[in-house]
Design a protein around this ligand. Sequence first.
Ligand code: 3HC
Length: 301
Amino acid sequence: KRPFGAPDKSLARKVGSVGVVGAGLMASQLALLFVRRLKVPVTLTDLDQARVDKGVQYVHDEIDKLLLKGRLSPDAGNRLKALVRGSTDKAAFAGADVVIEAVFEDLAVKKQVLAELEAVVPETCVLLTNTSSLSVSDMAADLEHPERVAGFHFFNPVSVLPLVEVVKASKTDDATLATVFQLGKALKKTCVLAEDAPAFIVNRLLTRMMGEVVTAVDEGSDLHVADDALAPLGLPMSPFLLLNLVGPAIALHVSQTLHGAFPDRFGVSENLGRLVAAGKPAIWSYDSSGRPFVDEETAAL
Ligand code: 3HC
Protein backbone atom coordinates (compact mmCIF):
# COMPACT_ATOMS: atom_id res chain seq x y z
CA LYS A 1 0.00 0.00 0.00
CA ARG A 2 1.32 3.44 -0.95
CA PRO A 3 1.97 5.66 2.14
CA PHE A 4 -0.37 8.65 2.33
CA GLY A 5 0.90 11.41 0.05
CA ALA A 6 3.63 9.30 -1.57
CA PRO A 7 3.98 9.53 -5.36
CA ASP A 8 4.26 6.36 -7.50
CA LYS A 9 7.32 4.41 -6.33
CA SER A 10 8.39 3.81 -9.95
CA LEU A 11 9.64 7.42 -9.86
CA ALA A 12 12.07 6.67 -7.01
CA ARG A 13 15.82 6.75 -7.70
CA LYS A 14 18.16 4.04 -6.47
CA VAL A 15 20.23 4.90 -3.38
CA GLY A 16 23.69 3.32 -3.46
CA SER A 17 25.62 5.91 -1.49
CA VAL A 18 24.64 8.35 1.28
CA GLY A 19 26.19 11.49 2.71
CA VAL A 20 25.48 13.00 6.14
CA VAL A 21 26.46 16.60 6.86
CA GLY A 22 27.23 17.05 10.53
CA ALA A 23 28.55 14.52 12.99
CA GLY A 24 26.61 15.60 16.09
CA LEU A 25 23.84 13.89 18.07
CA MET A 26 21.27 13.45 15.27
CA ALA A 27 23.75 13.21 12.36
CA SER A 28 25.73 10.34 13.84
CA GLN A 29 22.53 8.46 14.72
CA LEU A 30 21.40 8.97 11.11
CA ALA A 31 24.72 7.63 9.77
CA LEU A 32 24.26 4.53 11.91
CA LEU A 33 20.70 3.99 10.68
CA PHE A 34 21.66 4.44 7.01
CA VAL A 35 24.60 2.06 7.13
CA ARG A 36 22.74 -0.53 9.18
CA ARG A 37 19.59 -0.62 7.06
CA LEU A 38 20.91 0.17 3.56
CA LYS A 39 24.37 -1.45 3.84
CA VAL A 40 25.79 1.15 1.44
CA PRO A 41 28.76 3.52 1.86
CA VAL A 42 27.90 6.39 4.22
CA THR A 43 30.13 9.45 4.47
CA LEU A 44 29.92 11.86 7.43
CA THR A 45 31.36 15.35 7.27
CA ASP A 46 31.82 18.08 9.85
CA LEU A 47 33.84 21.25 10.30
CA ASP A 48 36.91 19.67 11.88
CA GLN A 49 38.56 16.28 12.16
CA ALA A 50 37.84 15.92 15.90
CA ARG A 51 34.06 16.18 15.33
CA VAL A 52 34.24 13.83 12.34
CA ASP A 53 36.20 11.26 14.36
CA LYS A 54 33.68 11.52 17.23
CA GLY A 55 30.78 10.88 14.82
CA VAL A 56 32.47 7.87 13.19
CA GLN A 57 33.44 6.55 16.63
CA TYR A 58 29.79 6.78 17.74
CA VAL A 59 28.72 4.62 14.77
CA HIS A 60 31.48 2.08 15.49
CA ASP A 61 30.57 1.95 19.19
CA GLU A 62 26.87 1.41 18.43
CA ILE A 63 27.78 -1.39 15.98
CA ASP A 64 29.85 -2.95 18.78
CA LYS A 65 26.79 -2.76 21.08
CA LEU A 66 24.72 -4.58 18.43
CA LEU A 67 27.45 -7.25 18.29
CA LEU A 68 27.31 -7.65 22.07
CA LYS A 69 23.51 -7.95 21.93
CA GLY A 70 23.95 -10.73 19.33
CA ARG A 71 22.12 -8.76 16.63
CA LEU A 72 25.09 -8.73 14.25
CA SER A 73 27.83 -11.25 13.53
CA PRO A 74 31.43 -10.00 13.90
CA ASP A 75 31.85 -10.22 10.10
CA ALA A 76 28.70 -8.22 9.43
CA GLY A 77 29.79 -5.67 12.06
CA ASN A 78 33.18 -5.24 10.41
CA ARG A 79 31.58 -4.88 6.98
CA LEU A 80 29.28 -2.14 8.30
CA LYS A 81 32.18 -0.32 10.00
CA ALA A 82 34.16 -0.38 6.74
CA LEU A 83 31.26 1.34 4.95
CA VAL A 84 31.41 4.40 7.24
CA ARG A 85 33.82 7.13 6.26
CA GLY A 86 34.51 10.57 7.68
CA SER A 87 35.75 13.70 5.98
CA THR A 88 36.04 17.42 6.59
CA ASP A 89 35.50 18.11 2.89
CA LYS A 90 32.07 18.05 1.24
CA ALA A 91 33.81 17.02 -2.00
CA ALA A 92 33.59 13.55 -0.43
CA PHE A 93 29.90 13.59 -1.51
CA ALA A 94 30.83 13.70 -5.22
CA GLY A 95 29.20 10.29 -5.89
CA ALA A 96 26.32 10.46 -3.39
CA ASP A 97 22.73 9.62 -4.37
CA VAL A 98 21.31 11.21 -1.22
CA VAL A 99 22.80 13.69 1.24
CA ILE A 100 21.04 14.65 4.47
CA GLU A 101 22.10 17.63 6.54
CA ALA A 102 21.72 17.70 10.31
CA VAL A 103 23.76 20.76 11.23
CA PHE A 104 23.04 23.62 13.63
CA GLU A 105 19.43 24.92 13.44
CA ASP A 106 20.11 28.21 11.69
CA LEU A 107 18.51 29.03 8.34
CA ALA A 108 21.56 30.89 6.99
CA VAL A 109 23.90 28.04 7.96
CA LYS A 110 21.61 25.44 6.36
CA LYS A 111 21.24 27.51 3.16
CA GLN A 112 25.02 27.75 2.96
CA VAL A 113 25.38 23.98 3.45
CA LEU A 114 22.85 23.23 0.69
CA ALA A 115 24.60 25.66 -1.69
CA GLU A 116 27.95 23.97 -0.99
CA LEU A 117 26.36 20.57 -1.57
CA GLU A 118 24.83 21.63 -4.86
CA ALA A 119 28.32 22.52 -6.10
CA VAL A 120 29.70 18.99 -5.52
CA VAL A 121 26.92 16.38 -5.75
CA PRO A 122 25.65 14.74 -8.96
CA GLU A 123 22.62 16.37 -10.63
CA THR A 124 20.33 13.51 -9.62
CA CYS A 125 21.36 13.60 -5.94
CA VAL A 126 18.49 14.21 -3.51
CA LEU A 127 19.23 16.79 -0.81
CA LEU A 128 17.49 16.33 2.52
CA THR A 129 17.29 18.31 5.72
CA ASN A 130 16.59 16.97 9.20
CA THR A 131 15.48 20.40 10.40
CA SER A 132 13.15 20.38 13.43
CA SER A 133 11.15 23.46 12.54
CA LEU A 134 12.67 25.67 9.82
CA SER A 135 11.09 26.25 6.40
CA VAL A 136 12.47 23.79 3.84
CA SER A 137 11.23 26.01 1.00
CA ASP A 138 13.23 28.98 2.37
CA MET A 139 16.27 26.74 2.73
CA ALA A 140 16.10 25.69 -0.93
CA ALA A 141 15.02 29.06 -2.35
CA ASP A 142 18.39 30.16 -3.79
CA LEU A 143 19.44 26.79 -5.20
CA GLU A 144 19.69 26.02 -8.90
CA HIS A 145 17.67 22.80 -8.36
CA PRO A 146 15.29 23.32 -5.43
CA GLU A 147 13.08 20.53 -6.81
CA ARG A 148 15.46 17.92 -5.37
CA VAL A 149 15.22 19.22 -1.79
CA ALA A 150 12.86 17.83 0.87
CA GLY A 151 12.63 17.56 4.64
CA PHE A 152 13.32 14.17 6.28
CA HIS A 153 12.76 14.76 9.97
CA PHE A 154 13.75 11.99 12.38
CA PHE A 155 13.09 11.67 16.12
CA ASN A 156 15.53 10.94 18.89
CA PRO A 157 16.50 8.12 19.52
CA VAL A 158 16.62 7.58 15.75
CA SER A 159 17.16 3.82 15.95
CA VAL A 160 14.07 3.34 18.13
CA LEU A 161 11.36 5.79 17.06
CA PRO A 162 9.58 4.62 13.90
CA LEU A 163 8.18 7.98 12.75
CA VAL A 164 9.77 10.25 10.11
CA GLU A 165 8.17 13.41 8.76
CA VAL A 166 8.66 13.85 5.00
CA VAL A 167 8.37 17.55 4.25
CA LYS A 168 7.37 18.59 0.75
CA ALA A 169 8.74 22.05 0.06
CA SER A 170 7.15 24.41 -2.47
CA LYS A 171 9.30 23.12 -5.35
CA THR A 172 9.95 19.49 -4.33
CA ASP A 173 9.23 17.24 -7.33
CA ASP A 174 7.62 13.80 -7.38
CA ALA A 175 10.86 11.93 -8.17
CA THR A 176 12.43 13.42 -5.03
CA LEU A 177 9.41 12.61 -2.86
CA ALA A 178 9.16 9.07 -4.23
CA THR A 179 12.88 8.53 -3.52
CA VAL A 180 12.42 9.78 0.03
CA PHE A 181 9.42 7.55 0.73
CA GLN A 182 11.26 4.50 -0.69
CA LEU A 183 14.25 5.41 1.44
CA GLY A 184 12.04 5.61 4.52
CA LYS A 185 10.67 2.15 3.74
CA ALA A 186 14.20 0.71 3.32
CA LEU A 187 15.09 2.28 6.69
CA LYS A 188 12.03 0.50 8.18
CA LYS A 189 10.45 3.79 9.20
CA THR A 190 6.87 5.02 9.02
CA CYS A 191 6.82 8.14 6.87
CA VAL A 192 4.11 10.79 7.08
CA LEU A 193 3.84 13.64 4.63
CA ALA A 194 3.98 17.02 6.40
CA GLU A 195 3.28 20.48 5.07
CA ASP A 196 6.24 22.83 5.07
CA ALA A 197 4.76 24.74 8.01
CA PRO A 198 6.65 25.91 11.14
CA ALA A 199 7.68 22.86 13.22
CA PHE A 200 5.68 20.57 10.88
CA ILE A 201 3.37 18.21 12.84
CA VAL A 202 5.10 16.51 15.77
CA ASN A 203 7.13 19.38 17.20
CA ARG A 204 4.03 21.55 17.39
CA LEU A 205 2.43 18.96 19.64
CA LEU A 206 5.57 18.23 21.67
CA THR A 207 6.28 21.93 22.12
CA ARG A 208 2.73 22.48 23.30
CA MET A 209 3.06 19.69 25.88
CA MET A 210 6.60 20.45 27.05
CA GLY A 211 5.94 24.19 26.86
CA GLU A 212 2.97 23.95 29.23
CA VAL A 213 5.02 22.02 31.80
CA VAL A 214 7.97 24.41 31.48
CA THR A 215 5.61 27.36 31.86
CA ALA A 216 4.16 25.80 35.01
CA VAL A 217 7.70 25.77 36.45
CA ASP A 218 8.33 29.34 35.22
CA GLU A 219 5.20 30.29 37.16
CA GLY A 220 6.44 28.68 40.37
CA SER A 221 5.56 24.96 40.27
CA ASP A 222 8.14 22.57 41.64
CA LEU A 223 10.03 21.00 38.74
CA HIS A 224 9.76 17.42 39.97
CA VAL A 225 6.10 17.77 40.95
CA ALA A 226 5.22 19.25 37.54
CA ASP A 227 7.13 16.48 35.79
CA ASP A 228 5.71 13.64 37.89
CA ALA A 229 2.14 14.89 37.50
CA LEU A 230 2.01 13.54 33.95
CA ALA A 231 3.44 10.09 34.77
CA PRO A 232 0.01 8.42 35.11
CA LEU A 233 -0.67 9.30 31.46
CA GLY A 234 1.71 6.48 30.55
CA LEU A 235 4.03 8.61 28.42
CA PRO A 236 7.23 6.72 27.48
CA MET A 237 9.21 9.51 29.14
CA SER A 238 8.36 12.42 31.46
CA PRO A 239 8.30 15.90 29.87
CA PHE A 240 11.55 17.12 31.45
CA LEU A 241 13.38 13.88 30.68
CA LEU A 242 12.23 14.34 27.09
CA LEU A 243 13.49 17.91 27.19
CA ASN A 244 16.85 16.58 28.35
CA LEU A 245 16.89 14.01 25.54
CA VAL A 246 15.97 16.53 22.84
CA GLY A 247 18.36 19.07 24.34
CA PRO A 248 17.26 22.45 25.78
CA ALA A 249 18.86 24.36 22.86
CA ILE A 250 16.83 22.51 20.22
CA ALA A 251 13.64 22.74 22.31
CA LEU A 252 14.22 26.49 22.73
CA HIS A 253 14.86 26.91 19.01
CA VAL A 254 11.62 25.11 18.09
CA SER A 255 9.61 27.21 20.55
CA GLN A 256 11.20 30.41 19.17
CA THR A 257 10.28 29.38 15.60
CA LEU A 258 6.71 28.66 16.68
CA HIS A 259 6.51 31.89 18.68
CA GLY A 260 7.74 33.81 15.61
CA ALA A 261 5.06 32.21 13.42
CA PHE A 262 2.20 32.16 15.95
CA PRO A 263 2.97 34.69 18.73
CA ASP A 264 -0.49 34.33 20.25
CA ARG A 265 -0.33 30.56 20.49
CA PHE A 266 3.25 29.71 21.50
CA GLY A 267 5.41 31.33 24.17
CA VAL A 268 9.12 31.06 24.89
CA SER A 269 10.13 30.05 28.40
CA GLU A 270 12.42 32.54 30.14
CA ASN A 271 13.90 29.78 32.30
CA LEU A 272 14.71 27.69 29.25
CA GLY A 273 16.29 30.74 27.59
CA ARG A 274 18.50 31.36 30.66
CA LEU A 275 19.54 27.70 30.79
CA VAL A 276 20.56 27.66 27.14
CA ALA A 277 22.33 31.04 27.40
CA ALA A 278 24.37 29.57 30.27
CA GLY A 279 25.35 26.66 28.02
CA LYS A 280 23.60 23.99 30.09
CA PRO A 281 23.14 20.80 28.05
CA ALA A 282 20.41 19.45 30.32
CA ILE A 283 17.92 20.53 32.97
CA TRP A 284 18.94 17.99 35.51
CA SER A 285 21.82 15.63 36.18
CA TYR A 286 21.82 12.19 37.80
CA ASP A 287 23.43 11.23 41.09
CA SER A 288 25.40 7.99 41.58
CA SER A 289 22.19 6.06 42.34
CA GLY A 290 20.54 7.30 39.12
CA ARG A 291 18.22 9.83 40.83
CA PRO A 292 17.71 13.10 38.94
CA PHE A 293 18.73 16.34 40.66
CA VAL A 294 19.05 19.98 39.63
CA ASP A 295 22.55 21.26 40.37
CA GLU A 296 22.95 24.49 42.37
CA GLU A 297 24.21 26.50 39.40
CA THR A 298 21.17 25.52 37.29
CA ALA A 299 18.78 26.15 40.17
CA ALA A 300 20.20 29.66 40.58
CA LEU A 301 19.60 30.60 36.93
N1 3HC B 1 19.98 6.70 22.09
C1 3HC B 1 19.93 5.55 21.37
N2 3HC B 1 19.19 4.48 21.76
C2 3HC B 1 18.53 4.57 22.92
C3 3HC B 1 18.54 5.74 23.72
C4 3HC B 1 19.31 6.84 23.25
N3 3HC B 1 19.36 8.00 23.94
N4 3HC B 1 17.78 5.52 24.82
C5 3HC B 1 17.30 4.26 24.71
N5 3HC B 1 17.74 3.70 23.56
C6 3HC B 1 17.43 2.38 23.07
C7 3HC B 1 18.00 1.27 23.95
O1 3HC B 1 19.32 0.95 23.55
C8 3HC B 1 17.03 0.14 23.68
O2 3HC B 1 17.35 -0.45 22.44
P1 3HC B 1 17.18 -2.04 22.21
O3 3HC B 1 15.74 -2.37 22.51
O4 3HC B 1 17.53 -2.20 20.77
O5 3HC B 1 18.13 -2.72 23.12
C9 3HC B 1 15.67 0.85 23.48
O6 3HC B 1 16.00 2.22 23.17
C10 3HC B 1 14.80 0.82 24.72
O7 3HC B 1 15.55 1.38 25.77
P2 3HC B 1 15.28 1.11 27.31
O8 3HC B 1 14.64 -0.24 27.46
O9 3HC B 1 16.51 1.40 28.07
O10 3HC B 1 14.29 2.28 27.73
P3 3HC B 1 12.78 2.56 27.43
O11 3HC B 1 12.01 1.34 27.09
O12 3HC B 1 12.37 3.39 28.58
O13 3HC B 1 12.81 3.49 26.11
C11 3HC B 1 13.01 5.51 24.93
C12 3HC B 1 13.61 4.62 26.02
C13 3HC B 1 13.01 4.77 23.61
C14 3HC B 1 13.91 6.73 24.83
C15 3HC B 1 11.52 5.88 25.34
O14 3HC B 1 11.53 6.44 26.62
C16 3HC B 1 10.89 6.87 24.38
O15 3HC B 1 10.42 6.51 23.30
N6 3HC B 1 10.84 8.16 24.79
C17 3HC B 1 10.20 9.22 23.99
C18 3HC B 1 11.19 9.77 23.03
C19 3HC B 1 10.60 10.82 22.16
O16 3HC B 1 9.45 11.22 22.26
N7 3HC B 1 11.43 11.33 21.25
C20 3HC B 1 11.05 12.40 20.36
C21 3HC B 1 11.82 13.61 20.73
S1 3HC B 1 11.46 14.97 19.64
C22 3HC B 1 12.67 14.90 18.46
O17 3HC B 1 13.58 14.14 18.49
C23 3HC B 1 12.51 15.85 17.30
C24 3HC B 1 13.43 17.00 17.37
O18 3HC B 1 13.23 17.75 16.18
C25 3HC B 1 13.22 17.90 18.57
